[in-house]
Design a protein around this ligand. Structure first.
Ligand code: SAM
Length: 199
């Protein structure tokens, strides 16, 4: 299989070149395959409001923003608490021509002002400590559109955070939500309202 070093205008870090099972632009950004997966969901469901918890340098926001741009409707609100990297993410979003589609909001995911629910897609990629994650799920996953999904990243048991899958599973049981696990290198959990019909 040919190996490429660039994808979507980004350089891939050497150990995860295209052709491997995990393509990454940066060690702390989301792997390309998971961003493509969520982008496809956004393209399919045309959400009005997309929330990203944890912007970092903006790589995920660029993928989500491109999907919203391709839809011709909707907006991404990406929340970041580290004031030192906010300008880097805004710069990247501007460089990629996505300022109209993505807004980076500075603050804590549990506290910042955001558009009123419901939320069509939520990407939980900030703190994964169980108490914080549960509060994030209460704020966002409990307020999804009928066909909306909360994606919770980095849930693989051999990855950095140990309790993500259990936290999501407990939350789903307590709130009567559907819970799916994508068994991938870093792991991804998905929550959807039970009885969703989709559209
Ligand atoms: C893994 S990085 C996010 C990567 C990004 N989602 C992407 O796909 O490129 C996690 C980010 O979440 C931020 N963060 C951690 N706790 C947070 C909180 N409570 N509220 C907002 N941002 C937070 C960190 O500062 C860090 O930049």
């Amino acid at each position: 299989m040919p190996v490429h070093e660039h994808i979507y205008g980004f350089d891939l870090i050497p150990e995860t070149k295209r052709g491997s099972k995990l393509m990454m632009v940066d060690l702390d950004s989301t792997e390309v395959e998971t961003l493509e997966f969520m982008s496809a969901f956004i393209r399919r469901t045309h959400p009005a409001v997309v929330i990203e918890c944890g912007t970092y340098i903006g790589v995920g926001a660029v993928f989500l923003g491109n999907a919203v741009k391709a839809n011709g409707e909707g907006h991404v609100w990406s929340v970041e608490s580290n004031s030192e990297i906010i300008s880097a993410s805004r710069e990247l979003i501007k460089e990629k021509g996505l300022s109209e589609f993505v807004t980076v909001v500075e603050g804590n995911t549990l506290e910042v002002d955001l558009p009123e629910p419901p939320y069509g897609v939520v990407f939980h990629d900030a703190e994964r400590e169980p108490v914080h994650l549960t509060k994030e799920l209460e704020r966002f996953a409990c307020n999804l559109t009928e066909d909306g999904i909360s994606f919770i990243h980095d849930s693989a048991l051999n990855w950095w955070f140990q309790d993500v899958r259990t936290t999501v599973s407990d939350f789903a049981k307590q709130n009567g939500m559907n819970h799916f696990t994508i068994h991938s290198a870093r792991g991804l959990e998905m929550l959807q309202r039970s009885g969703s019909n989709g559209s």
